[in-house]
Design a protein around this ligand. Structure first.
Ligand SMILES: Nc1nc2c(ncn2[C@@H]2O[C@H](COP(=O)(O)OP(=O)(O)O)[C@@H](O)[C@H]2O)c(=O)[nH]1
Ligand SMILES: [Mg+2]
Length: 455
């Protein structure tokens, strides 16, 4: 009997697999539950004010949307106390079960931290797969990781998460046996084996990560080739990045040339008012109360941003947390080496102005902003034309003229220049050297220099 319990307790090692994570299909019917305790809670002995339940729930829904799930139902629950065995009380579970059956839901997302036991008990009671907040965020990162480093960081975070859960089921088992867990048994052996396997895999990934970091300069030189400047959307989850992404690119459904067929769905081509083209890149977004174990993985998913030509910082101006969110975003950007004045230029996008009074809008635009600011509504499209103009002006300003000499066999760089710069004149010397007069943006010049840099 013990063996059976333990079998159920020990999460299968094989259950983690990035490929599986990527396959959560758009037709998965999911339910999002926000079980929030009311009133201030104590963290590390200090009483901290909780964010508004509405804000937290909106963020959870936005995160679930980022996975491309079909959100068939959502429910906010005011918790008075957390049940150790199942997190929710039996009445609530019965209510949720009814919804799950009626809506044919197969995945339940709980916006909280569940113990492995709570997760398993909920899965049994609800007859659906249950993931908690960390699990959800890991799924998103798994889907979004693009670089080798990103994939490794996410896998590492996922393994660490699993390992901590094995430790907790171990404790749980000891309790189950009235403290005689040390006597050993088949379940323990399994857990120990799993722990060892996880640890071995983590060590291997850490070694791989070291290797990746050592060769980072090389990676930078060989980074993904896109023929147009990249504009990256950053900002908090729920700020409206994806809404803006869709609005800006929906009107521009150009017949996708081959090149773009291979770009992932979070990158799309966008035509600017005067014909210039850019690649718009949506990002995961900043997450409040990001579990500490996920910080490295989160940064790795933002590598696109570091390499962007322009950053659009999308802000939810209707959120009461707006100022705090801005400070958080600034901190993370700085940690990525993108302090203001370094790296990509920025535009501040003051979103959701449809929710603000006329007076508030005026105040907004008169306030001092660190970067050029545009007030928009991604929802109704207000201000979006002006935003596109801003992007175009920013890209056009500060073009530089350069004279370039390429070796006869350097076809790759020649092609790159034709794609990323305006080639104004070309002279092919008798010895095969190619001399070019080119005009390019400072961003393109920086990229070109990185390409030409030795090593
Ligand atoms: N009222 C209003 N709602 C918006 C606007 N932009 C986005 N939203 C809503 O805000 C929520 C989060 O948007 P989403 O694009 O998913 O945010 P993301 O997490 O930053 O990608 C969605 O419910 C959107 O409909 C806006 O300009 N006005
Ligand atoms: Mg989004």
């Amino acid at each position: 009997m013990n063996g059976k319990r333990e079998g159920a307790d020990a999460p299968e090692l094989a259950s983690f697999n990035l490929e599986v994570a990527r396959k959560i299909a758009a037709d998965t019917r999911a339910m999002v539950i926000g079980p929030y305790q009311t009133g201030p809670t104590r963290r590390a002995g200090v009483s901290v004010p909780q964010r508004q339940p509405e804000e937290r729930f909106a963020e959870a829904l936005s995160l679930a949307h980022a996975l491309n799930l079909t959100i068939a139902a959502s429910l906010r629950v005011n918790l008075h106390d957390i049940r150790p065995a199942s997190y929710l009380g039996s009445g609530k579970i019965a209510e949720i079960t009814t919804i799950i059956e009626a809506e044919e839901i197969s995945l339940v997302i709980m916006d909280c931290a569940l113990s492995p036991v709570q997760q398993r008990n909920l899965e049994t009671a609800l007859k659906a797969k249950v993931i908690d907040r960390t699990g959800l965020i890991l799924e998103i990162f798994g889907q979004r990781a693009r670089t080798r480093e990103g994939v490794l960081q996410v896998e590492l975070a996922h393994l660490a998460y699993q390992k901590s859960r094995l430790v907790r089921s171990w404790t749980h088992l000891e309790r189950q046996r009235g403290g005689f867990g040390f006597l050993g048994g088949p379940g323990e052996t399994q857990i120990e084996t799993d722990r060892r396997l996880i640890q071995e895999r983590m060590s291997r990934i850490e070694r791989d990560l070291e290797a990746v970091k050592r060769t980072r300069a090389l990676h930078r030189a060989a980074r993904r080739e896109v023929p147009y400047p990249v504009v990256a959307l950053v900002g908090y989850t729920n700020a409206g990045k994806s809404t803006l992404f869709n609005r800006l690119t929906a009107a521009d459904v150009v017949a996708a040339d081959q090149l773009f067929a291979t770009l992932d769905p979070t990158m799309r081509q966008l035509r600017l008012p005067h014909g210039g083209r850019v690649i718009l890149s949506d990002t995961v977004g900043f997450i409040s109360d990001l579990p500490t174990g996920l910080i490295s993985a989160f940064r790795a998913t933002l590598e696109e941003v570091v390499n962007a030509d322009i950053i659009l910082h999308v802000r939810d101006m209707a959120s009461p947390d707006s100022a705090m969110q801005e400070a958080d975003v600034e901190t993370v950007l700085a940690e990525l080496g993108l302090t203001r004045g370094q790296g990509p230029r920025r535009i501040e996008v003051l979103n959701k102005i449809d929710l603000l009074s006329e007076a508030r809008r005026e105040v907004l635009l008169q306030m001092d902003h660190h970067d050029p600011a545009v007030a928009i509504s991604a929802l109704d499209g207000h201000g979006c034309g002006q935003l596109l103009d801003r992007i175009e002006t920013m890209l056009a300003s500060g073009y530089v003229m350069r004279h370039v000499r390429l070796k006869p066999d350097d076809g790759a760089n020649l092609t790159w220049l034709y794609r990323n710069a305006d080639v104004l004149a070309r002279h092919d010397d008798a010895d095969g050297m190619v001399r070019l007069d080119v005009r390019m943006s400072p961003e393109s010049e920086a990229r070109f220099k990185a390409r030409m840099a030795p090593g």
